[in-house]
Design a protein around this ligand. Structure first.
Ligand code: B1M
Length: 214
């Protein structure tokens, strides 16, 4: 029987083949993808975060856990995006300048796709001008930014300002998130939306795009 605790433990140890096997088994047994994600993959990554914090883990351990996480995420991706219907709108997403964390960003991107958005992924370490360029080039309605470091949060403000300076303030809406981000920070920098996790990011994006078209 699929055991999500073992998936989490394998992820913590960075054992990608074991994560692969555990997630495949869970999918075969029709365990809900939400449970595989939260009780297996994210639960494991949370422990990695704690070990990182207490200096029990360093970058190499973080990287091999990330590789295992990505193996698991790719396996559940088809089901996460399966419900895709009519495009709801166009979004671009990136991890802001100076920040290389991409797991949460990828997850938000997948959920947005699953909710019916067309998503342009700008990757990591994305400077404000690249967000502006993408918004123009792809006719973007929602610019989504992710930051995991307190030191890179400021780049969200620069991006919000750059979009306004480029005259795109009326055409695009900004949505921000990531572990250190709060609603208060979003208000402070003039971002249009904040979401705590990938599921609420899709809800927020839907609301923003509806408000934009009204
Ligand atoms: Co880094 N790292 N890391 N790291 N890392 C954190 C973020 C940290 C909290 C660990 C710790 O100390 N406890 C800490 C930040 C401290 C701080 O700033 N307050 C930290 C640090 C310090 C660093 C380095 C500086 C370490 C060093 O070099 N000494 C370095 C920085 C590199 C850089 O970016 N310039 C670094 C490097 C790395 C690795 C490369 C080893 C690896 C990243 C690999 C990768 O992403 N490809 C890594 C990892 C894996 C982590 C932790 C352990 C896990 C992050 C993660 O993927 N979580 C992390 C600790 C933690 O967060 N517990 C940590 C799982 C993911 C699903 O969650 O990304 O939060 P998350 O996304 C969530 C929500 O935040 C939200 O939805 C997602 C899912 O529901 N969300 C959004 C995210 N984006 C959103 C956007 C939205 C809406 C919601 O709207 C657009």
């Amino acid at each position: 029987m699929a055991d999500l605790e073992t998936v989490a433990e394998s992820l913590i140890k960075g054992q990608a083949p074991a994560v692969d096997a555990g997630v495949r088994q869970a999918l075969e047994e029709e365990v809900p993808v939400r449970d595989i994600l939260h009780q297996g993959l994210i639960a494991g990554m949370n422990v990695v975060g704690e070990k990182f914090k207490s200096n029990e883990f360093y970058i190499p351990e973080g990287l091999i856990a990330t590789r295992a996480m990505k193996v698991g995420l790719e396996l559940i991706r088809p089901q996460m995006v399966a419900e895709k219907v009519e495009p709801l709108g166009k979004a671009c997403i990136g991890t802001v300048k100076g920040d290389l964390h991409d797991i949460g960003k990828n997850l938000v991107g997948m959920m947005l796709e699953g909710a019916g958005f067309e998503v342009v992924d700008l990757g990591i370490d994305v400077p404000p001008e690249k967000f502006v360029e993408a918004a123009r080039e792809h006719d973007i309605q929602i610019v989504c930014m992710s930051a995991l470091l307190t030191t890179t949060m400021g780049s969200m403000q620069s991006t919000v300002e750059a979009l306004k300076e480029a005259g795109l303030g009326d055409q695009v809406r900004t949505l921000i998130g990531g572990a250190p981000i709060t609603q208060a920070f979003a208000d402070k920098i003039g971002a249009d939306g904040f979401a705590e996790d990938a599921a609420s990011a899709t809800e927020a994006a839907k609301e923003l795009v509806t408000a934009l078209s009204n």
